[in-house]
Design a protein around this ligand. Structure first.
Ligand code: ZN
Length: 415
């Protein structure tokens, strides 16, 4: 049993390394004709060097993380910690939290933060990609630790354990409904969470505002407010999103987007987002996410409650928190498998939204906006086709430009 679990850990790491390697190997592939104007030779070389350095960093992370995971599993560190904390308390919740908390802080938080720090302030800094200050980085890390790791993970685990002790395997049904509700709420609370990290101000009266309002009128997409978010506090990335219901919709533009793009380009980006909304892509994505959760929980059901797993790793009896941990490892190949059709669907959504934007804001405007986005985000021009198929939620920039050009040609033929 132990060997099987360790094999899964090894296979997963091998898979991630393979994806990194494929992209790395494709870095020097020929740039597609239609995206050659995105970078000049010097910038492109710099961009690729940046990716090589990032890849090396994540390789180091694997080289450190993999042996640690294997040692922790081989030497039953989980159950040893559990027994150790058993000297101070009989409470199974406390013992479990100290066990997982110790490992999480030592290997998760500490190692992750160190690598993140190096990536942000050494590598990204060197290439002029970073805008985060050390203060913002620390504040974000603390917020993430408190809200995500402690409150959401910790609280979720406590709830899971509590329900499991009462309802046994039926807990998976309860958890399914809770998670489904959570996914639905999250879809609508994205803006609420952004507010925790960013500041917002209304867009001032300007030609851009008029342009956006006329686009909204033309596409019959009611907008109540247009806000500008201080995205530049963290990075140079450009973005925009919509939030709210019915006639109370709000557009949020990153300040970087307004700074770097002209009115036509901003309108094209927004038309793309309106396309997503008109085709109800978020709404269509929800049942899919919920189905994925159901599938994972169904798989987890067979793993979590198996006491042979806990026993193999030194526990005296079934430890469901540990079982849950292991089930995440064992079921992740399943997740990768599901990801294949799912990411294909996401890429189709992107193509449809692009076509919508081309209709209402002009294909050329979207092409120039996408190229600016790619340049500002330091996007790669030659990702490996296999990696795109397996993991990308967006078509490559070259594929999108090609698609938009073909739309322009067919609309000319029709008129
Ligand atoms: Zn999109």
């Amino acid at each position: 049993m132990k060997l099987v679990v360790i094999m899964f850990v090894l296979l997963l790491t091998a898979y991630k390394l393979l994806l990194d390697y494929l992209d790395y190997r494709n870095l020097n592939a020929q740039i597609p004709e239609n995206v050659r104007d995105i970078y000049d030779a010097e910038t492109y070389a710099k961009r690729n060097n940046y990716e090589v350095e990032s890849t090396k960093l994540s390789l180091v992370e694997y080289l450190i993380g993999l042996p640690i995971s294997i040692l922790v599993l081989t030497f039953n560190v989980h159950s040893r910690l559990f027994d150790y904390f058993g000297r101070f308390t009989d409470n199974v919740y406390f013992k479990t939290f100290f066990m997982l908390g110790t490992l999480m802080v030592l290997f998760g938080v500490l190692v992750d933060t160190i690598f993140d720090w190096y990536d942000t302030f050494v590598i990204e800094e060197k290439y002029g990609f970073n805008k985060t200050t050390r203060k913002t980085f620390i504040a974000d890390s603390v917020k993430h630790f408190v809200f995500v790791r402690c409150l959401i993970f910790g609280g979720g685990l406590a709830l899971f354990m509590h329900l499991y002790f009462h309802f046994g395997n039926q807990v998976f049904w309860i958890f399914f409904f809770v998670t489904a509700a959570f996914i639905l709420i999250m879809a609508f609370l994205n803006h609420f969470f952004s507010k925790m990290f960013n500041k917002f101000a209304p867009l001032e009266d300007s030609p851009l505002k008029d342009r956006i309002l006329s686009l909204a009128a033309e596409t019959m997409y009611p907008i109540k407010r247009i806000l500008v978010m201080d995205g530049s506090k963290r990075s140079t990335r450009l973005n925009a999103y919509f939030t709210g219901f019915g006639k109370n919709k709000t557009i949020v533009l990153f300040d970087t987007l307004i700074e770097k793009m002209d009115e036509d380009e901003v309108a094209a980006v927004l038309a793309h987002e309106i396309g997503h909304a008109k085709y109800r892509h978020t709404l269509k994505g929800l049942p899919i996410s919920i189905f994925v959760v159901a599938l994972l929980l169904f798989a987890a059901q067979f793993i979590v409650a198996r006491d042979s797993i806990s026993l193999a790793f030194g526990f005296d009896e079934l430890n469901i928190a540990f079982g849950l941990n292991i089930s995440l490892v064992i079921s992740s190949p399943l997740l990768l498998l599901i990801n294949l059709p799912l990411s294909a669907l996401m890429r189709k959504f992107e193509r449809d939204a692009d076509a919508y934007a081309a209709k209402y804001a002009g294909a050329d405007n979207l092409v120039s906006a996408l190229k600016k986005l790619a340049r500002e985000n330091y996007a790669g021009l030659t990702p490996h086709p296999m990696v795109v198929k397996l993991t990308h939620s967006h078509p490559t920039i070259s594929q999108r430009v090609e698609h938009l050009s073909s739309l322009k040609i067919s609309s000319l033929e029709n008129s």
